[in-house]
Ligand binder design. Structure first.
Ligand code: PLP
Length: 455
């Protein structure tokens, strides 16, 4: 194979898309309504108004195909977008595969992941409606740091409830949030009713995303000048991330290829959807025959082992009921290192597409994931986030399957972030201290007993 120097495909600044793509406009499957937790009836925009600015609520329920990206948001995007698309020639060579592997690298943003694509947009829309402060939760700290970055740029206060185990394990993500001016509180905290009630039952609770969401939502719902922000799962978050796939469509065209399979890791589903939805549009509208593969950890197997059911987004049952694949809002995952993939639920649109068979899913255990991450680092140089390493694992397996079948398969994946703050996890793997963990069936069944009864 010859390397002719064009294995990094760049777009110029003026190619940053001018609109996000809204899959609701073209979806052949209907998305089930979001229900009010008290009445069980479909919610309206007013029910969400205490938590989100009206512009984001409008995006949440919109069926318009294209939603304009405001110029001040594009102006910030220019700091790191368009992001590069790489052809992983050295990895192909190492695997001796006829597959062509491409990756869209989102680790070039200042916080180091795809998350600022929505954080910057959310900060902008909140600022435009006069919001003074935003609360949120964070697991491993990537979302908290992305929102701190966005809020800092638009002059809004940011308060982050950080899952306690990560707060203790990842002090530098916390420092990063502080550097961008945010306040960070370990969750569960004594500051909120939700936090106090968890602490009363279990003073040593390691926390979970579900608990941290309860705290952040409670503070926003009880303060006039404060709104809440979520880094994944919701329609408007996935919408903002479609900038990834829109750029990638253009870059693949420059490469002269089209993906046979699109791969991404899934926590709440935003980076996967961000890359996949513009290509899924091509399938819906132009009949393109692409497979879509969502990759999750065996320690939090939402799509592969959860039911498709209405559930709360948080532990304290403050959020509306959403129909999604879920492990139950009481789910407390093991402390695996891919903190960003530990959420109990999944974006409702991804859930609907998976249910209808448009998306496939696979779950991997930690050791095989880190093995793939090191193989990737050795071939391509980039040390990927443990979350992204799940996608890398699946891509390597796809490439090996293509070799087995003797077929040229074009694989495109989202490299959602770098792993520079996760070297502790790499250390654990390299020293042999990292163990496989599969969530036990009894624990899943126990947690699912608490699913709300709907219908
Ligand atoms: C947060 C995060 C994820 C998981 O979140 P999604 O909403 O599923 O994308 C994946 N990769 C990285 C690097 C992250 O920071």
């Amino acid at each position: 194979m010859t390397r002719n120097g064009n294995h990094r495909i760049l777009l110029s600044e003026d190619r940053i898309p001018k609109a996000w793509y809204n899959i609701a406009a073209d979806s052949p499957v209907a998305f089930p309504p979001v229900l009010h937790p008290g009445t069980g009836k479909p919610i309206g925009p007013d029910d969400l108004a205490p938590l989100f600015p009206m512009s984001l609520i409008a995006q949440e329920v919109s069926t318009e195909p294209w939603i304009e990206i405001p110029e001040p948001v594009r102006e910030v995007y220019r700091l790191w977008r368009p992001t590069p698309l790489y052809r992983a020639l050295r990895l192909e060579e190492a695997l001796d595969t006829p597959a062509h592997i491409y990756y869209k690298y989102e680790g070039v943003s200042p916080p180091g992941s795809h998350k600022p694509n929505t954080a910057v947009a959310q900060a902008f829309f909140n600022k435009a409606e006069g919001v003074k402060r935003i609360t949120t939760e964070t697991g491993a700290g990537q979302w908290g740091s992305a929102l701190s970055f966005g809020c800092n740029l638009f002059g809004i206060e940011c308060k982050v409830y950080m899952v306690k185990i990560s707060y203790l394990q990842k002090p530098y993500r916390r420092s990063m949030m502080n550097a961008w001016g945010a306040t960070v509180v370990p969750s569960p905290s004594p500051e909120t009713r939700a936090g106090r009630s968890i602490l009363a039952q279990d003073p040593d609770s390691p926390g979970s995303l579900g608990i941290a969401i309860s705290e952040a939502v409670e503070v926003a719902a009880t303060h006039e000048d404060t709104k809440y922000s979520l880094g994944s799962v919701l329609n408007h978050v996935l919408l903002h991330q479609t900038i990834i796939g829109l750029e990638a469509l253009e870059q693949m065209e420059i490469a002269g290829e089209y993906p046979d399979v699109v791969v991404g890791c899934v926590g709440g589903g935003s980076n996967f959807a961000g890359l996949a939805y513009p290509f899924l549009r091509e399938k819906f509208i132009n009949g393109r025959n692409t497979r879509f593969l969502a990759v999750e950890p065996a320690a939090c197997p939402t799509l592969t082992r959860g039911p498709y059911a209405y559930d709360f987004g948080d532990t304290a049952k403050l959020t509306p009921l959403v129909k999604m694949y879920t492990l139950g809002h009481m789910f407390v995952p093991a402390g695996i290192h891919a903190g960003g993939l530990r959420y109990h639920g999944m974006a409702p649109s991804i859930s609907a597409f998976y249910h209808a068979g448009y998306i496939e899913a696979v779950a991997y255990r930690q050791l095989q994931v880190f093995e793939a991450a090191l193989q990737f680092a050795s071939a391509e140089g980039i040390i990927v986030a443990p979350e992204s390493a799940h996608a890398v694992r699946a891509v390597i397996d796809e490439a090996l399957a293509a070799k087995e079948a003797g077929e040229k398969r074009v694989i495109l994946f989202n490299l959602s972030g770098h792993g520079h703050f996760d070297m502790g996890a790499y250390d654990a793997y390299l020293s042999g201290a990292l163990e496989n963990y599969e969530h036990p069936q009894e624990k899943i069944e126990e947690s699912l007993k608490h699913l709300p009864r709907v219908e």
